[in-house]
Ligand binder design. Structure first.
Ligand code: 5GP
Length: 195
């Protein structure tokens, strides 16, 4: 959990938002197109999806290993997401990147964003919002990687998460991935790529 050992705020941006709003798609676009952004790789107890690479998309670790690292205070923040798997941001790598002067981006859930806000209130908190509720449902169901039960659980989480927008410094509407990513990069104080 977050505590006073958190890194300095300089250069830290947190992107959060409701389930299936497309945070992962925006962060993938940034990973592929903006090498100047240091995108944090989270640890998770979730199993890899096809195509996901350990150390690139996540550090895939066991529940025991997660527990051990949480107890050791290795996480800047961590949360159980969708009442199921654990996800966490490793404190050491993020601190190093900030100290090196990098533009650091965390793509995390709302519970995690609140922990970072408590630890590093000066960081830049950005809410990614869907163009509409209908569009968000369509995206969630369209992904097709979760069971109907899992989709329902995610929708319920999403409704609560949408209400959190006023807690954030800025909102980006994810109407177009490239546009949203460019706006995020601008909010991070970097120059978007020419189109
Ligand atoms: P997925 O399993 O689809 O990759 O991610 C599920 C959710 O976990 C997403 O909302 C994502 O933002 C969130 N998440 C990913 N990494 C972290 C993390 O390090 N901490 C927290 N709190 N949430 C995370």
């Amino acid at each position: 959990m977050a505590d006073a050992g958190a890194p300095a705020a300089h250069g830290l941006t947190v992107l959060a938002g409701p389930t299936a709003v497309g945070k992962g798609t925006v962060s993938t676009f940034i990973r592929d197109n903006y090498p100047q952004v240091w995108l944090s790789v989270s640890a998770t107890t979730r199993a890899p999806r096809p195509g996901e690479v350990d150390g690139v998309h996540y550090f895939f670790i066991s529940a025991d290993e997660f527990e051990r690292r949480a107890a050791a205070g290795d996480f800047l923040e961590w949360a159980v997401v969708h009442g199921r798997n654990r996800y966490g941001t490793l404190r050491s790598t993020v601190s190093e990147a900030i100290q090196e002067g990098r533009a650091v981006l965390l793509e995390i859930d709302l519970q995690g964003a609140r922990q970072v806000k408590a630890a590093v209130p000066e960081a830049n908190f950005v809410f990614l919002a869907p163009p509409s509720w209908e569009e968000m449902v369509r995206r969630l169901v369209g992904r097709g990687t979760e069971t109907p039960d899992e989709q329902q659980r995610r929708l319920e989480t999403a409704k609560l998460e949408l209400a959190a927008e006023p807690e954030f410094d800025s909102t980006i509407i994810n109407d177009d991935v490239q546009r949203a990513a460019d706006e995020l990069v601008s909010l991070m104080g970097l120059t978007p790529n020419p189109r």
